[in-house]
Design a protein around this ligand. Structure first.
Ligand SMILES: NC(=O)c1ccc[n+]([C@@H]2O[C@H](COP(=O)([O-])OP(=O)(O)OC[C@H]3O[C@@H](n4cnc5c(N)ncnc54)[C@H](OP(=O)(O)O)[C@@H]3O)[C@@H](O)[C@H]2O)c1
Length: 243
């Protein structure tokens, strides 16, 4: 079977890397649901333009994830592909970090892995097919000052990915991670320019990634074509961190 008509759900899917992923999956023929925290005018405009359906819930809230996924499945059918992309940063050095800064990032960036996967994994196992792609970060691999919360969460995503890959392998489910480098989105626009320039000086390709350059890798891992890849971390970072 091809990917045509399969149902894909992308969290954080109305802007940045998530929106590019929604477009890439739609171009491959998936029926796509795009999640965001709150459906505002721009999210609805994105839905009209991309052909995706847009849904709003907080991925840090386990019950809200269950209700949101149920709504997607009522509208489109069972979720074949889940892209856990929603993420936030609260950058501050550890000696100044509040408990709220820690919780906000860990609950969204790592907690969402459980909150989302727990609600789709049973159905994927029953149907004998699934693709899960979790968005980590180069900073979860190499560490970044001012981001102990984010780096811990994004490194946790990689362990979660490998463990779930082993659980799903006998049931036709692949679970992989993409670890983007610094890319041209709202999240990076928040990084002070002097810091960003210092980082870019260490990137062999010498530039930010374009959202579509990350998205096409996610779409590949979400496709039938990637059926022999599981538990992998695909680094898409301009050479910033080589493993
Ligand atoms: N950009 C980069 O350089 C870079 C590098 C490495 C990894 N990443 C990772 O890639 C992913 C996408 O990043 P991005 O740069 O595209 O970020 P972005 O432009 O800030 O978009 C983040 C998306 O996540 C959604 N989101 C945030 N918190 C949420 C919550 N609690 N519940 C539901 N949705 C929530 C946002 O929805 P709302 O719009 O409704 O708030 C938004 O759609 C993130 O996981 C990020 O950590 C990014």
């Amino acid at each position: 079977m091809s990917d045509q008509g399969r149902v894909a759900l992308v969290t954080g899917g109305v802007q940045g890397l998530g929106a590019a992923t929604v477009r890439a999956l739609a171009a491959r023929g998936f029926a796509v649901a795009a999640g965001c925290r709150t459906v505002r005018d721009e999210a609805q405009a994105f839905a009209d333009e991309s052909g995706a359906r847009v849904y709003g819930w907080d991925v840090a809230d386990f019950d809200a994830c269950g209700e949101g996924i149920a709504a997607v499945e009522r509208d489109l059918g069972p979720v074949d592909v889940l892209v856990n992309n929603a993420g936030v940063t609260r950058d501050v050095m550890l000696h100044k970090m509040s408990r709220a800064d820690w919780d906000a990032v860990v609950d969204v960036d790592l907690g969402s892995m459980f909150n989302m996967c727990r609600h789709v994994i049973g159905g994927m196992r029953q149907r004998g097919y699934g693709r899960i792609v979790n968005i980590s970060s180069v900073n979860g691999q190499r560490g970044q000052a001012g981001q102990t919360n984010y780096c811990a969460a994004k490194a946790g995503v990689l362990g979660f990915t490998r463990a779930l890959a082993r659980e799903g392998a006998g049931k036709g489910i692949t679970v992989n991670a993409v670890a983007p480098g610094f890319s041209d989105t709202r999240m990076v626009a928040a990084v002070p320019d002097d810091i960003l320039q210092r980082i870019l000086a260490q990137v062999p390709l010498g530039r930010l990634g374009e959202p579509w350059e990350i998205a096409r890798c996610v779409a590949f891992l979400a496709s039938e074509d990637a059926g022999f890849i599981t538990g992998a971390t695909l680094a898409v970072n301009g050479g910033f961190y080589m493993t």
